[in-house]
Design a protein around this ligand. Structure first.
Ligand SMILES: Nc1nc2c(ncn2[C@@H]2O[C@H](COP(=O)(O)OP(=O)(O)OP(=O)(O)O)[C@@H](O)[C@H]2O)c(=O)[nH]1
Ligand SMILES: [Mg+2]
Length: 342
């Protein structure tokens, strides 16, 4: 594969080249991984900067409908929009994928849009790397907005929030029960809560729910990266397209404020560091799960259980012999770190 050619075509915004590159980052094959890493390295200095937007919400809240309407509004303004989906559970039924195709029918045919469904992969670690690298590829391909959709199943929101600039939480109109149902952690990473389905018979409920959430948001601890009034709650109707322009204006003003105040770049830098460290940790853990380390670990574990060797000595032996790591070094480093405080 010609990496230079692929990089050039991605930089020119070719959707087919982008799709091919994403397939590459999704691959588990060692040679693909190497090519993907080289490709990303080649593209990393592209000047383009997309606004990366995370979007989460429970099944049926209207994510697909919202993305279709919101995406079309953006492309209508001449912006290029990429949509990536994260679904670590991979429990998505065939019906749901078909449903998505019809729900994003117009957006998927829009030449200024690029939609990539989530791959059949179940490990959160793998999903994280794949998504992060796919975002980078979309950015290198000159997309103005990269939407990352995740279904509301716990850890994936936190992961997506660590790779996006803004985070939207789509909510259904409902009473206090609904408010309780939303995990506090998700509320804390959201920048804008969008109470969807504010139309027809649900409009009044949606407005009331929005006020409830706005009240709940005021009780949250203030974050440094928030200007006055954020995080905020607002109503939208994905079906009628109502509130979408306002929501976009809020996103832009929030992003602009963060850029001006330096939070935008600082956060991206933090995120890069976070993922670097995560990769190192994951790489080490992967080594432990592979032979011969795995077998040695089982054998040493048995000896530890029998009292033939102490846990510390066994760990030192394993780390030293198989990973060339000195357990004593680690202990020294820790004592050095705590030394100035004493
Ligand atoms: N009244 C009303 N219905 C909506 C709105 N948005 C979505 N719906 C309906 O809600 C249902 C679910 O919408 P989807 O867009 O598929 O929801 P989703 O969050 O993508 O669902 P999953 O993909 O299963 O997680 C569909 O029947 C939509 O027509 C809205 O703004 N108003
Ligand atoms: Mg959907």
């Amino acid at each position: 594969m010609d990496i230079d050619d692929l990089a050039t075509r991605i930089a020119a915004g070719e959707r087919r080249a982008l799709a091919r590159a994403i397939t590459l980052v999704e691959s588990g094959r060692a040679d693909h991984r190497e090519t993907a890493t080289a490709l990303l390295e080649r593209l990393k200095d592209r000047p383009a900067q997309a606004l990366r937007v995370g979007l989460s919400g429970t099944p049926g809240v209207g994510k697909s409908t919202f993305i279709e309407a919101f995406g079309l509004m953006l492309t209508g303004q001449g912006l290029r929009v990429a949509v990536l989906a994260v679904d670590p559970s991979s429990a998505r039924s065939g019906g749901s994928i078909l449903g998505d195709k019809t729900r994003m029918e117009h957006l998927s045919r829009d030449p200024n849009a690029f939609i990539r469904p989530s791959p059949a992969q179940s490990q959160l670690g793998g999903v994280a790397r794949r998504t992060r690298e796919a975002i980078d590829l979309c950015e290198a391909a000159g997309f103005d907005v990269v939407l990352v959709e995740t279904v509301g199943v716990g850890q994936s929101e936190t992961m997506v929030a660590e790779m996006t600039d803004l985070f939207l939480l789509l909510l259904a109109p409902g009473g206090g029960d609904e408010l309780q149902g939303v995990k506090r952690g998700i509320m804390e990473i959201a920048d804008i809560l969008l109470i969807n389905k504010a139309d027809g018979a649900l409009k009044t409920t949606a407005t009331r729910t929005c006020a409830d959430y706005a009240g709940a948001l005021r009780l949250l601890r203030k974050r440094v990266q928030d200007p006055d009034g954020f995080p905020k709650a607002m109503t939208v109707s994905a079906v009628e397209g109502a509130g979408l322009e306002t929501a976009w204006a809020e996103m832009q003003s929030l992003a602009e404020w963060r850029r001006t105040e330096g939070h935008f770049d600082a956060r991206r830098a933090d995120q890069a560091r976070f993922w670097f460290e995560a990769e190192v940790r994951e790489g080490l853990l992967a080594r432990l799960k592979r032979e011969p380390v795995r077998g040695a670990m089982t054998a040493l574990g048995r000896q530890v259980a029998e009292g033939a060797i102490t846990p510390t000595a066994a760990a030192a032996e394993l780390l030293g012999e198989y990973l060339q790591l000195d357990l004593a070094d680690r202990t020294t480093d820790q004592s050095r770190q705590s030394a100035p405080k004493a």
